[in-house]
Design a protein around this ligand. Structure first.
Ligand code: URA
Length: 234
C-alpha cells in the first residue's frame, strides 16, 4: 500500500499530521536512508523503511490494545469536559485513528479494547456475531437464587425492551458474574434494575475468549498480539 509520508508518520507514531510535517521540514525523517523534504512523498508501506530521529519505524497497519479502564474516564476519543480513555495512553502507543471498540460507562471498570481497525470493532460489536461479554456486578444486596432463571429466560427492561438470555452466576455476597452477548445502553445496570437491584460497581473481565490481563493496574494498557486480538471471536 502507498501512503503519503506525513500520513504514514501520524498513523505510526504519536505525531499529529501537523507535527509530522514539521518533523519532515526539520529533516528528522529519512526514507530508505535519504532525508526527505516533501510531506506528500509516497511511501510503500511494505517495502520502504522510514526513520524518525534516527529510529527506524516498523509499519503496523492496525494496532490492538487492552486497557483496564479505571473509574472516572469516558469511553470516547474526545470530550470537552471529561478525561477520555485515549488520554490515558502512554505517548509511545498513541497514533492517529485510535478509538475504544465498544463503550463502558464512566463508572464501569475493566476490559476495554482500543484499536484503529474499524472493521474489527464493527465485527466485535455486531449483534450477529454474538460476542459474549462477562461482567462482575456488585449489587446493593445479596441476590435471590431466582435471578439465575430470570436471566436465562431473558429480562424485559423497564421500557419494554426484551433482552436475549444471559448467564448469571452468584459469586457469594452481593457479587454476581453475568455473561451477555448484547451491548445495549447501560444494559447490565438496566437488567438488574428490572429485577429490583441496584448495581453499585461493575467490571468487565472478558470479551469472547479474551480475558482481562490481571497484571494490568487500573488505567494501564498493553499491546495485544494479532492472535490475542482474534480471541474475542472465539
Ligand atoms: N452495561 C452497563 O450497564 N454498563 C456498562 O458500562 C457496560 C454494560
Amino acid at each position: 500500500m502507498k501512503e503519503r509520508l506525513d500520513k504514514y508518520l501520524s498513523s505510526q507514531t504519536a505525531l499529529s499530521r501537523k507535527e509530522a510535517q514539521k518533523a519532515i521540514k526539520e529533516k528528522r525523517v529519512f526514507l530508505n536512508g535519504t532525508v526527505i523534504r516533501a510531506a506528500d512523498t509516497k511511501v510503500d508501506t511494505e517495502s520502504d523503511t522510514v526513520s524518525l530521529d534516527g529510529q527506524p519505524l516498523t509499519y503496523q497497519q492496525y494496532v490492538y490494545y487492552m486497557m483496564d479502564k479505571p473509574e472516572g474516564v469516558v469511553s470516547a476519543t474526545k470530550d470537552r469536559a471529561e478525561r477520555t480513555v485515549l488520554d490515558l495512553l502512554p505517548p509511545d502507543l498513541r497514533r492517529d485513528g485510535l478509538f475504544p471498540a465498544g463503550r463502558l460507562d464512566k463508572d464501569t471498570t475493566g476490559l476495554l479494547l482500543i484499536t484503529d481497525d474499524g472493521d474489527y470493532a464493527h465485527r466485535m460489536l455486531s449483534p450477529k456475531k454474538h460476542v459474549k461479554k462477562r461482567y462482575i456486578a456488585t449489587l446493593d444486596r445479596e441476590p435471590e437464587d431466582s435471578i439465575v432463571s430470570a436471566f436465562a429466560s431473558g429480562i424485559i427492561l423497564g421500557d419494554g425492551t426484551v433482552c436475549k438470555s444471559g448467564h448469571a452466576e452468584p459469586l457469594g455476597g452481593s457479587r454476581v458474574a453475568l455473561e451477555i452477548s448484547e451491548g445495549k445502553y447501560h444494559q447490565v445496570k438496566r437488567m438488574f434494575a428490572a429485577l429490583g437491584y441496584h448495581v453499585e460497581a461493575l467490571r468487565r473481565v472478558q470479551i469472547g475468549g479474551l480475558t482481562l490481563d490481571k497484571g494490568l493496574n487500573p488505567g494501564e494498557v498493553r499491546v495485544l498480539t494479532a492472535e490475542e486480538a482474534k480471541k474475542v471471536f472465539c
